[in-house]
Write a protein of this length. Sequence first.
Length: 302
Amino acid sequence: MSLFSFLGAIEIGLIFALVALGVYISFRLLRFPDLTVDGSFPLGGAVCAVMIQAGYSPYVATIGATLAGAVAGYITGWLNVRLRIMDLLASILMMIALFSVNLRIMGGPNIPLINDPTMFTLLQPEGLEDYWSRPMILLVIIIIAKFAADWFFSTERGLAIRATGSNARMARAQGINTGAMVLLGMAISNALVGLAGALFAQTQGGADISMGIGTIVIGLAAVIVGEAILPSRRLVYATLAAIIGAIVYRFFIAAALNSDFIGLKAQDLNLVTAVLVTLALVVPNLKRMLQHKRLPEAPKSL
């Protein structure tokens, strides 16, 4: 693998680390199977691209994309909490609706940002190539997002969200408004995904309606791979595991697709994803089985 491909894999991995954090919040903390991610990711890219082309600052456009993702997540939670629609079905409905919404926002299937300013062009240090500066800028954003998430979910409101996901009935008995916590948690989750979509559009030179396909699979894969690498129940390590999982996942994808002796091509991306996720799910079970076999059998009582 060349240095350019390696840095490209790190760059994409850092962007999808935000998706992994969002998926971790919805799937692990809230226990909410959220497929809105496949729609809120391109929504963030679409809003960001449209605002940049309209003359807004890339920073304002990125904030707007983050807020758009939060609104999408809030509506998904609202369908579930207020209209009593099953969580999975509510997210599917929102994902389908966002496909049309994104087309409306962009006015077509894609919007190029080739000659427009982005966060990365504005923050790029002089004399440093963009393929070096982009991963550095993204790393700073990821660190800020991780510590912000760790801090928030250690506050009273964050602990209420975690309690809602762990045991909603017990949380209600303690006086927690579980419906409001679901709405807030879903908004935060998809805000991170919308931010990732905005950053992805700026690094890739535009937004496309198909950029969200399979985003939820990538996010889940990152969370599962991260938990296999760094298994821990503590939130600080769990969010770190999601970030590491996203980077490792993209690195192995890039390594597999750039290995000529394997013979894989771009169209094999979903196959590689399925194999990696399967391995991440199977390896912990194999470890437990081996540890169980190594334990000495208890002596039989007479």
